[in-house]
Write a protein that binds this ligand. Sequence first.
Ligand SMILES: [Zn+2]
Length: 577
Amino acid sequence: MRTADPERTARAQVPEAQPPAAPRWLLCEGCNRPVYERRFSRDLRVCPECGRYARLSAEERIEQLFDAGSISPVAVAETIEDPLLFTDSRPYVERLRTARRQTGLDDAVVCVRGEIGGHPLVAAVMDFNFLGGSLGCAAGERIAAAADAALLDGVPFLVVTASGGARMQEGALSLMQLAKTTQALVALHRAGILTISVITDPTYGGVAASFATQTDVILAERGARLGFAGPRVIMQTIRQQLPAGFQTAEFLFEHGLIDEVVPRPALRPTLARLLAAAAPAAPGDDPLRAVPSGVVRQLDDVPERDPWDVMRLAREVGRPTTLDYAGRLLDGFVELHGDRLSDDCTAIVGGIGRFAGRPVMLIGHQKGHTAQELRERNYGMSTPAGYRKAGRLMQLAARLGLPIITLVDTQGAYPGLEAEREGQAWAIAENLRLMAHLPVPIVAVVTGEGGSGGALALALADRVLVLENSVYSVISPEACGAILWNDASTAPQAARALRIEPRELLRHRIADGVIPEPEGGAHNDHAAAADLLRRALYDVLAEIVDLDGERLVAERAARFGAFGTRPPVAQQKGGQE
Ligand SMILES: [Zn+2]
C-alpha cells in the first residue's frame, strides 16, 4: 500500500459527527508549515503559505466544483473482482479491502449527475487515494456508465482525472478499459454532446491515453502532470534528460496539447462559463430575424476607390482584431487553445461564445495594436499549428452543430523553415478539404487583409463578406510588384492590377456583400464597427442557419465550383460597367 496521505489521516482521525471543539491544524506537505484546517478547506485545500495544491478526494472535488445540493449518484452495473486471482506481496483482494476501508469508496471513480453554475451535466471523478486512481474493470465501467448517463440525459460529460494508469492487478482486462471507455466517449461525440476533461495531478498511462485526452475541451489544474510514460520510466529506460516543468499543465499548454491551464479556484467558474457558452439556444424569439442589415450587395452601391488607398486602411494597426470583435460581438466568449499536436499558434484564435442567443464557434487571425502585440501574434501570420487549431475547432463546431464565424486578417500564412518543415501547405490544404464538407453554416468575413491561401484556409464558407476597407488577394501587392515588375515599390500599381478592393470582389462574387465601416475606418470606432459587423452577421446567418448540412455542403460546392465559369454579376445584369 502507498503511504497514507497525512491530510487524509488527520481528517480521518476526527469523526465527522463530532462537534468542532478546538481549531484543527494540518501540516502542509509543501512547506511543512501548520495550516488551520477550516481555512485550508475554505481555500479549496490550497496552502495559504506556499500555494501548494493538496490532493483532493473525489468527494472534495465534487463539492468544490458542483452547485450545492445539485448532486445525485449515477447507477453503475456490478463488475467482476480480482479476475486473475492476483497476488504479489499481498493478495489483490486484500489491497482492495484496505483501499475501500481507507477511502469509503467502492473503487477509484465516483459518478454523479449535478449542476455547475446552473447547467446540468454528468461527471465521472477519479480518486487517486483509491489504489492510485488506477483504471481497472470497476473504474472503466464507472467512466462508461457516466458517459452513458450523459448520453441519455443529453447533457455535457465531465471527467476529472487522477491516475497512475491501468491497474496491473487486473491484467489485460485493465488494458481493455481503454477501449471500452473510448467507445463510450465516441458515442457522446457522435451524438454531438460536449465532453470536457479536468486533468489533475497526476494523470498517466492508460487514462492519459484514452478518455482523459479524447474530450472536446481539456482543462488542466495548474501544475498537474499529464503524460503517457512518467519521468522515472523515461529516465530508467532511455536515460533521457528531461526539461524543467516536463509534462506539467504549463508545459503541455505551450505545446498545444491542452486548452487551458486553470488555477484551482478558477476551475468552477471556468467550467460554468464553458457550459454557459455551449448551452443550446433557448426556444423562443429568434433575434436573427429582427435586425435590419447594412450589408451592401449591389455593385452600384459600392463606390470606386483606389485599391492602394483601401490596402493602406486595411493594414491600419488600430483596426479591431478578432479578439476585439469577440469581446464586443459575443456573450461569454471562451477561448480554446492548441492543435493537440505541437503548439498553440497565437496568430489564430478561436473559441465558443453566444451570438444572437445561440452558441457559435468564432475563429480568426489575430494581429495586435502595438509593436509588441504584433510580434507576440507573429503579425497575424499563422504557422501550421494555427491552421490545425482552426481545423480542430471547426470539427468541434460540426460535432456540436454550431455555426462557424471566421474573421480573416492576414498578410498570408507564415513563410519560414519551421513552418515548411511542419507542413504549412498540408495544414492549409487540410482546412480547405475540411471546410468543403462541414455540415454546419460557415460565414467568413475579411476584416482587413485577406492574404492568399493563408486567408482562404479560414474562408471556404457559405457566405463571404468583406469590410469596406479590406482587401482579398492571391498575393501581396509588394510581392507581386517584386515578381512581375522586379521592384517592390510598384506595390500601388500591382494593387490596382490585382483588383483587390471590395467593389471588384463583389463584382466577381468573391464576396457576397460589403460591410460598411464607421466614418474614416473601423479603427476610429471599434464599438460602431462591431455593431455594423453584428448586423451583417445577423443578416447572412439568418439566410443559412436553418439549412440542413447536406444542402449547405451542396450550395457551398456550387458557390466555389462556379468560379471561372460563371460570368461576373455586372455582365449578368446587362453590363452596368
Ligand atoms: Zn505550504
